[in-house]
Design a protein around this ligand. Structure first.
Ligand code: ADP
Ligand code: MG
Length: 325
């Protein structure tokens, strides 16, 4: 865990609400293609892979891996990524788009596969549509695994008294599956990057102090809007640059501990300020007025340092315990 910026501890102490991203944060973000629904599945997969080769998204990696064909990169032009929506590029002159069904429904003329998409999404899978020019040519179904550590992280945060929520750009079905696996009831699905930030601000407007935990470019606006942005280490560079706290383990396991450490550090700083002053404020005037032996006043001054240092050492013990975990 890395705290960045002088006030990261101070911000972390005040947090009472933690919002977690789904894909790549609560889930492993290593997706697998489990089905291709198309007249020509192999053709659709390899066309999609040609575009996704330029994307870092977990969906993209799954598609590229499943297609297992190397296309001449020169045949792919004008690549564009639309965070939270999908990707597009010209492949051999045709405009190929791969992305969330609701985005492509706006772009293509034959989105007649709504019922099938809804059915697959309800079962908890992520579905992307592949379109060539203005026609949908098929759908790719991908699945992700919930991290084995996620349920314990959620449990610890609940024990710490934090309010919890999950936001995702993915569909309701996939979101609900992960939510029930990890134990989060507050779920916001189908959220575009700006919606994630708006959700953070909405909670802040009701008085919540919000930490946002995310890994992707699509999380950058929410990481910036939150009182504390926590970037998960294996995520995109943009997310890591935006976060004030970075989890170096590449998963959220250490986050409950980090928040606890921040709370405790600030408490110790306040206690130490009190102890550093209390002895002296009382002892120096008393010694000056002759009510107290100056030797005892001097000893009290030294003692104040001892209590400050030993109090601070409690944090060291906590962080050493953390390092051993
Ligand atoms: P999350 O919020 O769970 O991290 P994203 O915001 O990254 O998810 O993505 C939301 C949705 O947008 C995905 O479920 C997918 O349908 C679509 N999408 C985003 N990027 C891509 C991509 N490179 N290829 C295909 N689909 C994508
Ligand atoms: Mg993500």
């Amino acid at each position: 865990i890395l705290f960045r910026g002088a006030d990261a501890f101070e911000r972390a102490k005040a947090i009472d609400t933690v919002i977690l991203d789904k894909t790549g944060t609560l889930t492993e973000g290593r997706m697998n293609v489990i089905d291709v629904i198309a007249e020509e599945p192999q053709g659709v997969l390899s066309l999609a892979a040609a575009v996704e080769a330029s994307s870092e998204h977990p969906v993209a990696r799954a598609i590229v891996e499943a297609a297992a064909v190397d296309r001449d990169p020169a045949s792919v032009r004008e690549f564009r990524a639309l965070p939270g929506r999908g990707v597009m590029a010209r492949v051999d002159g045709r405009m190929v788009r791969v992305g969330r069904p609701s985005w492509l429904a706006e772009e293509v003329s034959n989105e007649n596969s709504d019922a099938r998409t809804a059915e697959l999404e309800a079962s908890g899978h992520t579905v992307v549509t592949v379109a060539v020019d203005e026609r949908s040519v098929g759908q790719i179904v991908v699945a992700d695994r919930v991290r084995s550590s996620s349920a314990a992280v959620v449990q610890k945060l609940k024990e710490g008294g934090y309010r919890l929520a999950m936001v995702t750009g993915d569909n309701e079905g996939a979101a609900a599956r992960v939510g029930s696996a990890v134990g989060i009831e507050n779920i916001e699905a189908g959220a575009l990057p700006e919606d994630k930030a708006a959700y953070v601000r909405r909670l802040q407007a009701t008085g919540c102090r919000v930490a946002f935990v995310g890994d992707g470019i699509n999380d950058a606006p929410a990481l910036a809007a939150a009182d504390l942005g926590i970037a998960v280490g294996t995520g995109s560079d943009t997310a890591i640059e935006t976060g004030q706290v970075v989890s170096m383990f590449g998963d959220p396991t250490a986050i409950p501990k980090a928040l606890e450490l921040a709370r405790m550090t600030m408490r110790v700083v306040q206690q130490n300020l009190f102890w550093a002053f209390a002895y002296n404020v009382a002892a120096i005037p008393m010694a000056a007025l002759g009510w107290l032996n100056p030797m005892i006043a001097a000893a009290a001054m030294a003692l104040s340092s001892v209590s400050v240092v030993s109090n601070a050492l409690r944090l060291h013990i906590l962080s050493v315990e953390d390092a051993r975990l």
